[in-house]
Design a protein around this ligand. Sequence first.
Ligand code: HEC
Length: 119
Amino acid sequence: MRKIGKILSFTVASCAMVAFAMPAAAKDKAPTPRQLVKQYCRVCHGPNSPNGEYTPMTFIQDQWTDFFANTYKDAHKGVVDPHHNNKKVLEEITPDMLKKIEKYMVDHAADSEHPMTCG
Ligand code: HEC
């Protein structure tokens, strides 16, 4: 009985942490779009990555827009991220985060005013 109690309270505590840690972190210190790209894209698409290296400059603006609208979901369906507790990429990156990442990629695409190689 005591053991079950312990397991239960642990589960409750960790769920609460997940529930509250995210909004609090977002409010206190929201990651910049650049940090989002680094933490959620570059970890799998750095130099020599078997998944292909992608930087903002890999594509022109129209290609990035097209990628996020049509290819992103299919390309990452079922892909889990070992850098983030093996969560599914499509679940760990929220729509809000993805919007910021897309804007960063477009703003720094190969044909943008400020092309950038590093994410
Ligand atoms: C957990 C690792 C992981 C993360 C995180 C990740 N990707 Fe990928 N990505 C992959 C894999 C695996 C593929 C499929 C590679 C293949 O088909 O050979 C892929 C494919 C792609 C492709 C090629 C799609 C195509 O078919 O033309 C692009 C572009 C891409 N990812 C960009 C991104 C961007 C932008 C982010 C951040 C929002 C991101 N990826 C996050 C693993 C990841």
